[in-house]
Design a protein. Structure first.
Length: 185
């Protein structure tokens, strides 16, 4: 469905999702493009699957316009996060990539031992493959078959990600050195 704004710019209705694993928050947003939606709200994805869009028609979701002064609860926070990102160096630097390779440090919160995580990330922010480098020198690899959920783990517009980027070669070297994670078996 298309909408015409007062300035004459045509807007379309997009289904968006903030996915946090076992659940998510959904909204309809009118915008000029999917890119505009991604540049306006942090940590969301634009859903393009026709079956999901058709199902969502019956969900009674809140609808807003990308240019609205106020936003529905939850979406307002994601817009504020994106607004804080927009003018920082590195904003959107990784957004147009098919594959991104990152290394993130996990400090040991939530009872999980500290480790470095090398991740191969797809254009939707989801992990494709991952290597966990433990502090004792072990290297474990995993892929989507090993994860019960695979929500987006990064927002590729996030300016902080640019400093976490590693080369494909560095990731592949770690992947080939790592073994399947058998610790839960």
């Amino acid at each position: 469905m298309e909408f015409v704004t007062g300035e004459g710019a045509t807007k379309q209705r997009f289904l968006i999702l903030h996915d946090y694993g076992m659940d998510g928050s959904w909204w309809w947003v009118r915008a000029r493009s999917a890119r505009e939606v991604l540049e306006t709200f942090a940590a969301i994805e634009v859903i393009e699957t026709p079956e999901t869009i058709e199902q969502a028609e019956g969900w009674n979701l809140e609808e807003t316009d990308v240019d609205a002064q106020s936003m529905p609860a939850g979406l307002d926070v994601l817009r504020a996060q994106r607004l804080a990102h927009r003018h920082l160096p590195g904003f959107g630097a990784l957004a147009d990539r098919t594959l991104v390779y990152l290394q993130r440090r996990w400090d040991g919160d939530d009872g999980v031992e500290p480790a470095d995580y090398l991740m191969e990330i797809g254009s939707d922010g989801r992990r494709l493959r991952q290597v966990e480098l433990t502090d004792n020198g072990d290297a474990f690899k995993s892929d989507p078959d090993d994860w019960p959920f695979n929500p987006p783990v990064v927002d590729l517009f996030d300016p902080e990600l640019k400093d976490l980027e590693i080369s494909r070669e560095a990731f592949e070297a770690a992947w080939h050195r790592a073994r399947k994670d058998d610790r839960d078996l």
